[in-house]
Design a protein around this ligand. Sequence first.
Ligand code: IVH
Length: 685
Amino acid sequence: MSDNLSLFELNNEKIENTRILELRKKIIEADTAYYVDAQPLMTDREYDLLMQELIDIEKNNPELITPDSPTQRVGGAPLKEFRQVQHDRPMLSLANTYSREEVEEFDKRIREALGDTQYKYTQELKYDGVAVSLHYENSVLKLALTRGDGITGDDITQNVKTIQSLPIKANDLDINGIPLRNFEVRGEVFMMESDFLRINEQRAEAGEKLFANPRNTTAGTLKLLDSKEVAKRPLSIVIYYIDTQDVKLSNHSDNLEIIKKLGLPISEQTRQAASIDEIFNFINKWEENRHTLPFQIDGIVIKLDSITHQNILGFVARSPRWAIAYKYQAEKAVTQLNGITFQVGRTGVVTPVAELEPIFLAGSTISRATLHNEDYIKERDIRINDFVVIEKGGEVIPKVSAVVLEKRPDDAVLFSFPELCPCGIKHPLVKPEGEANYFCEHPECPWQIRRRIEHFASRNAMYIDGLGEKVVDQLVNLEYIKSVADLYDLHNHRDKLLALERWGEKSVDNLLAAIEQSKKQTLSRFIFAIGIRFIGEGAAKILARTFKNIEALSKATIDDLKSVHEIGEKMAETIVYFFSVPKELEIINRLISYHLNTELTEEETGRDGVLTGQTFVLTGELSSMTRNEAKQKIESFGGKVTGSVSKMTNYVIAGSDAGSKLKKAQQLEVKVLNEEEFIELIEKL
Ligand code: IVH
């Protein structure tokens, strides 16, 4: 600060400095409450306002920016390459085993090495993600490294800072009066299955190559050179190791408590074990229940608890002798590929689907699996009649992962992608440059029209009850409806509907009433329902709040759209394109003429946060929606969905086959809703 600053300037700077500290404190508290404790303190809007104020003050006073400011989660220009940094201590991996005998041998080796000493194990889930090492100096996250070759890793600090549940500043913690401020922690970055599915859905729509599983997505994301792109893909982290010179560490289970007190996320599912039987209780429990977790695990890690004991055992090659990973078998099965059919999505994307000899795998019978696109089939040389490997990981859609070449029958048929759309019009398919998918671009392709109408009527869009797949098929086949606008003209054709097979007065009137009712839906549902590529429920909500009516949205330029937080270039382009297509405009104008609501109402703005502060846990299988859909629904009203039940949980939604989480909810007297009650709750909102 220069000496000749006026008193006014000095005061001003002081005020801003105080405000900065206040804002940072509030934001960090809100982050912890939201991401770690699952107890939001404020609405998204309130949070955004605080963050914007902080960004503005820091912009005007760059000298006041510190590395632990929440604004620094996404910062800096894209990198050209990652800096290589040597690990303080090598990052080791674990010896793997798939059998009880090998776990017994592992325990025997430990018993022999420790002689008569009593010892115990800590068991943890083996998260299927990417290992990272994080260095905190003076409690601030200074460096994050990948494992690399174990000796040297990539500096991915900017990318790791985008992980919202990871504090950039750890809590001040004293152990026996000694401050713990400088330490290294190691853990696993991973992606929740629901986030993975959402990202792949977006990629499928954009015609981009799909990620194989959440682990690959995490690895791909951490390797991006632009942290702004990383920030768009929600990553999670769990910490399972700490090392420090500041204080003495004595055993792993205490270390986990220390990590927790530092404010860093640890796994909630750990258990101590003192015998092989106890170890296998835990292994078997999670083998059975792994699909109830919202993320993927590939096994269980068994660690000797005492650090003194760990040091006695030491290392062999590149693995510790004091820990072992028991890995679960990947869930795979082999079956015959009877044929390949095609699906046409609402954007015209044509997806090949494997028609399989039905087979039971990981809890359900599978008769169809995605083949993604032409390249996917070619790369694996998949032929009709081949015996193929089917894989299913967690809730992820089953896929054909490989061919069993030894079993290839003589009548295996090479596959070639059709040149024409499988619909009645048989329009030639096109494969845009740089895209992996074929598209049908005919505006009247009945398959696309069907999918678009189904989407328009779906529960999360205009919610026209009774207008499901079968009814849409029937009405489109008879050419009673050719676009979503025709729905609102159906009441003029009540007689025709009554004449249809299996339709009576009651069902016709119910359908017409539901269509009439849908005219009152909110603007954000309307924007989502009209089916603009890349515009999901979340983006539709933001667009509704920003533009306030459909006319303003239809006139927005690419720049107007891009200036909206969370609307990227691709979305902006597709929105502008959508409103430039005469056929789409005609449909929108007709919808307006039928008096559909296309304005943001006060009621809509007020409803957004009705579930703010409420935490939900989903367990078991829901029949009317996927868990991901249920999660999005809750989040769209400001609620939060977490993976495990605690006293802080407000509701547990229990579908069929709900297991341990339901039990825990009953123990803790948390309110449990069945699927019907849940739908009732959501629909009342
Ligand atoms: S401990 C020296 N604990 O599995 C031991 N690893 O195959 C360091 N992993 O490199 C690892 N969950 O990437 C440990 N609870 C857990 C883990 C875990 C996942 C990963 C980690 C490690 C690999 C070993």
